[in-house]
Ligand binder design. Structure first.
Ligand code: HEC
Length: 146
């Protein structure tokens, strides 16, 4: 539905431009065309503005954990839906239920690093990451479950 609006908006803008260039004669009919072009233009503006608000309104704001991850090195080895060096966040979410015990255990694992649960490749430790932040991150990771 949004796409249709955008396409409508874009074609309205093109229509407006076409109208303008054909008005260079300056005859009576030209001013009519100009007004039509102006009307089309303001219509297009409204449509585009509406689409913009809809887009921001529907996308959820990133959680605290998601924001933290963006400031750390996690995405070098982890992506949400594909395995890189470490398991995908969705795989982790499928393996562990979001219980307090699991959140605790995974937060500690992020801080101290290590291997063995997914294979022989080790995750680097993150000793300066506060445990509370690590828990927020784990909550976000477990929330990516499909
Ligand atoms: C150097 C690559 C690397 C980086 C950087 C990295 N990880 Fe990992 N991560 C791994 C690997 C490899 C594993 C699998 C470890 C295992 O087999 O137990 C893993 C496992 C995990 C697990 C699951 C742990 C378990 O015991 O099942 C979580 C949660 C996780 N990482 C979160 C993070 C977060 C959050 C960050 C950023 C602070 C991060 N990782 C940074 C490579 C990395």
């Amino acid at each position: 539905m949004k796409k249709v609006f955008i396409i409508l908006g874009i074609s309205a803008i093109f229509a407006a431009c076409g109208g303008n260039s054909s008005t260079k004669g300056g005859a009576d009919s030209a001013s009519g065309a100009n007004q039509a072009a102006k009307a089309a233009n303001s219509d297009a503006d409204t449509v585009v503005a509406k689409t913009g608000t809809e887009a921001t309104g529907s996308s959820a704001a990133p959680s605290a954990g998601e924001k933290l991850i963006a400031t750390l090195d996690c995405s070098t080895c982890h992506k949400v839906d594909t395995k890189v060096i470490g398991p995908a966040f969705q795989e982790i979410a499928a393996k562990y239920e979001a219980t307090d015990a699991n959140i605790d255990m995974l937060a500690k694992k992020i801080i101290s690093g290590g291997s063995g649960n997914w294979g022989n490749i080790a995750m680097t430790p993150h000793p300066s990451l506060p445990e509370a932040d690590a828990k927020e991150i784990v909550k976000y990771i477990l929330s990516t479950k499909k």
